[in-house]
Design a protein around this ligand. Structure first.
Ligand SMILES: *[C@@H]1O[C@H](CO)[C@@H](O)[C@H](O)[C@H]1NC(C)=O
Ligand SMILES: *[C@@H]1O[C@H](CO)[C@@H](O)[C@H](O)[C@H]1NC(C)=O
Ligand SMILES: *[C@@H]1O[C@H](CO)[C@@H](O)[C@H](O)[C@H]1NC(C)=O
Ligand SMILES: [Cu+2]
Length: 249
């Protein structure tokens, strides 16, 4: 998709679908699992080619905004990764390539912030939990490193590393990863999101959600929110992102 030429060069959405991506691999305990093993498999926006899987989300009010296009259809087929609270889980992107294409050939084409959320499945049953009615806790925000540079701005940043909070109560959760390519026009910003099934192991102390403002997907994000856009000469260090604050426990 082409964007208006008034956008600064650094923000340009490269022409061609290869600019886009999804997050089908997870890395737990330093080991990468096959695509879609722990991530809910999604459908394409226009067809079911691999490239179409990478099409961005623009509609923040769609049920597809929860975990990706028709992601709930894959709930039964998705396995659940045991992850220890306090440890790191990585998500690696794919731009619509076969598994055999070396990962160094593709990467994060768009600069922008990223967020991670957790929602616990009722009765710890992920197979019946779409996440649409879930209470989502923001656990990480990857923002700017300076007033004009995002932390995520390089092609080789193709793995997002998320730390599971040390004080999160144990249980089965959807872990939603979201990378946003912010653009200046209405419904133009591009969201790249997927959800993994995780079983969080925690034998330590748990924090409290009392008073915490959970997010809903869809529901919480709003096009009127300046965090959904990028303005000209915006000071990126002032950007906090849409949705609630990161939970501190
Ligand atoms: C969700 O995505 C699927 C696959 O692209 C599409 O068929 C469906 O219409 C979308 N649902 C909504 C509510 O947009
Ligand atoms: C990661 O390590 C923990 C602790 O050793 C283990 O319980 C868990 O099963 C491992 N997870 C995976 C997906 O290998
Ligand atoms: C995530 O961790 C991996 C492994 O340590 C590293 O190669 C990668 O650069 C990290 N990703 C980012 C975005 O920093
Ligand atoms: Cu794009």
């Amino acid at each position: 998709m082409r964007v208006r030429s008034v956008i600064p060069a650094g923000l340009l959405c490269a022409t061609g679908v290869e600019a886009h991506y999804y997050w089908p691999w997870v890395i737990v305990n330093g080991t990468e699992s096959p695509q879609w093993k722990y991530v809910r498999k999604v459908k394409g926006g226009s067809d079911n080619s691999l490239y179409a899987l990478a099409e961005p989300h623009y509609d923040i009010f769609s049920t597809n905004f929860t975990c990706g296009r028709d992601a709930f259809d894959a709930a039964w087929a998705t396995e659940t990764a045991d992850v220890v609270a306090g440890s790191e889980i990585g998500f690696r992107l794919n731009q619509g390539y076969e598994e055999s294409v070396p990962s160094t050939n593709y990467g994060l084409n768009h600069q922008g912030p990223a967020f991670a959320y957790l929602a616990r499945a009722p009765d710890d049953d992920l197979s019946t939990f779409s996440g649409g009615d879930g209470d989502w806790v923001k656990i990480q925000a990857i923002l700017a490193e300076s007033s004009n540079q995002w932390i995520l701005h390089r092609f080789d940043q193709r793995i997002l590393n998320i730390t599971i909070p040390a004080n999160i109560p144990p249980g089965k959760y959807l872990l939603r990863i979201e990378h946003i390519f912010l653009l200046p026009n209405f419904r133009q910003s591009q969201f790249f999101l997927n959800c993994a099934h995780v079983n969080i192991i925690n034998n330590g102390k748990y924090g409290s959600f009392e008073g915490y403002q959970f997010a809903k997907f869809p529901g919480t994000y709003d096009y009127m929110d300046p965090n959904i856009w990028i303005g000209a000469n915006m000071d990126l260090e002032k950007y906090v992102g849409p949705g609630p604050m990161v939970w501190e426990g």
